[in-house]
Design a protein around this ligand. Structure first.
Ligand code: AMP
Ligand code: MG
Length: 492
């Protein structure tokens, strides 16, 4: 049995704070006015051995609302740069998030405690250092939903609301989100030092990342090459997973890319409802740089930005090899994921076209991405079966019938059995995803009625998105008309 810890006895081990001070500025959170707990996540408390009873203490909200510092915490804001919408910005940094410190759990795992919305830091530029309740709830729910989908992501322990007014397009209330990740090092951390020609610091940071997160590479002659290749590999697999579940990140700037290949910085993200490869979830993305279908190419672009920053450590040929590997790993993993979504165990040359044609039919019919794949789990192979449930999603039903005949033939050729395949497919085709309108409903209940229950309901639902939860069926519905027109932007 793990000894549970209190807020006062968390086991801090602040490795980032041991780096030279050029990497960060020491700064403490600015408390929110009258903080209160909006939601608390037991699953994430377990990651740092925190006793869940602690959330009941009156001090809890104050603690993660910036009022008190935890004993052992060494808060700091890190400095980074990054390519935002393709253009280099030489100094960004944690402008509204503060790394409270790193907690090591009883299993030896280390977790950054990162408090988002914690107030001004030296990197806030002209902004206010705050995050609004709406965006904290979105990040809280989505990071847990992504975890439920089996996609690498930062996690979220709690959301703390407040009575502090924060101005965005309109006045909203300020909040804080306590985010956990093994590391918050971004591609942009390396870029910052490269473009300032502070090459020693690139090496220091690379050595730090190796020691903390890739200990098996430490001491190898080609450690930096392998580090770069590993980042490329993880990024390729991450983005393949995003594409397979229909997740659009919305702001894939290189400062939002994790060197550990995890989903980081949830802003104007969105899951596909209708299948539309040109989907732009971010209202601020006027030129559609971050459309759903561009994500794999943007991953490549960002890896090139990282590569540039690593040129003092990684030879050109190795960079080229890493980028080539990114493309190959993405293509392979993506094909594998799409095959498993169709319940295909074997890989055959004709599969790519079969998948492409299905997606094209879905696009032409504005068919719901999640629901079509979920419905295909119950596809029947019998020659007389007419797949009524599935064909209902398509405008051109005859075209779907023709595709279904090819799919049947393909399944027959690998001896697929309906029941066994359905069970397998339901492990990879979620029934529930965090559709925008679902998050929006939960947020409205909080902001208009102080009703926090929907957040917990959604969080519990989405931690197991593959299980049929019949009493929750309404959460699998595509958006109602109002839910299709919701706008999310960088303003959060
Ligand atoms: P994001 O778009 O949230 O990834 O943020 C990009 C950069 O802007 C990061 O350096 C953030 O820290 C900073 N930033 C975003 N919003 C704020 C804010 N309200 N106050 C201060 N800095 C911010
Ligand atoms: Mg960011």
């Amino acid at each position: 049995m793990t000894a549970l810890r209190t807020l006062e006895t968390l086991h801090f081990d602040n490795t980032f704070a041991r780096l030279p001070e050029v990497f960060y500025a020491k700064v403490t959170p600015t408390p929110l006015k009258n903080p209160f707990l909006v939601s608390f996540n037991l699953d994430v408390a377990a990651l740092i051995d925190l006793d869940p009873e602690e959330a009941k203490r009156p001090e809890f909200a104050g603690c993660f609302g910036g009022q008190y510092l935890l004993p052992g915490s060494e808060p700091l804001a890190t400095v980074y740069a990054g390519h935002q919408f393709g253009a280099y910005v030489s100094r960004l940094g944690d402008g509204r998030a503060i790394l409270l410190g790193e907690v090591r759990n009883s299993r030896g795992e280390k977790w950054d405690l990162h408090l988002k919305g914690a107030g001004l830091t030296p990197f806030s530029r002209d902004d206010d250092g705050r995050a609004v309740l709406r965006s904290c709830i979105r990040e809280y729910l989505c990071s847990e939903a992504m975890h439920g989908l089996g996609i690498p992501t930062t996690r979220a322990l709690c959301v703390v609301g407040s009575e502090e007014a924060v101005l965005r397009e309109q006045v909203e209330s300020g909040a804080m989100l306590l985010r956990l990740a093994p590391s918050h090092v971004r591609f942009g951390h390396f870029e910052f030092f490269y473009w300032r020609r502070q090459l020693d610091h690139i090496k220091t940071l690379a050595d730090y990342v190796l020691a903390q997160h890739f200990p098996e590479l430490v001491g190898l002659q080609d450690a930096y090459v392998r580090l770069y290749h590993d980042v490329a590999f993880r990024t390729a697999r991450l983005i393949a997973k995003w594409q397979a579940v229909g997740f659009a990140h919305g702001v894939m700037n290189s400062d939002n890319m994790s060197v550990l290949g995890m989903t980081l910085d949830y802003g104007p993200f969105g899951f596909l409802d209708d299948y539309n490869p040109a989907f732009i979830c971010n209202h601020s993305d006027h030129h559609g740089r971050y459309t759903f279908q561009n994500q794999p190419d943007i991953g490549y672009f960002n890896l090139r930005c990282l590569a540039q920053a690593l040129t003092p450590l990684v030879p050109d040929e190795a960079i080229k090899a890493g980028l080539d590997a990114y493309e190959a790993v993405f293509a392979e993993h993506s094909a594998e994921l799409m095959r498993t979504k169709l319940g295909l165990r074997e890989s055959r040359p004709e599969d790519d076209v079969l998948i492409r044609d299905l997606l094209e039919l879905m696009r032409g019919s504005c068919a719901d991405y999640t629901n079509v794949f979920r419905s295909l789990c119950d596809f029947k192979q019998a020659p007389e079966a007419r797949s009524e449930a599935q064909r209902d999603y398509f405008v051109d039903q005859e075209a779907f019938d023709a595709w279904a005949a090819r799919y049947k033939e393909r399944l027959r050729r690998e001896g697929s059995r309906d029941e066994e395949r359905a069970a397998r497919m339901k492990q990879v085709n979620p029934k529930y995803v965090l559709r925008n309108y679902l998050a929006h409903t939960a947020i409205r209940l909080v902001t208009e009625q102080k009703d926090f229950s929907e957040i917990d309901r959604l969080r519990r639902l989405l931690r197991d998105p593959f299980a049929d939860q019949p009493e929750m069926d309404r959460y699998a519905a595509p958006p109602p008309d109002w839910g299709k027109r919701l706008i999310v932007s960088c303003s959060s």
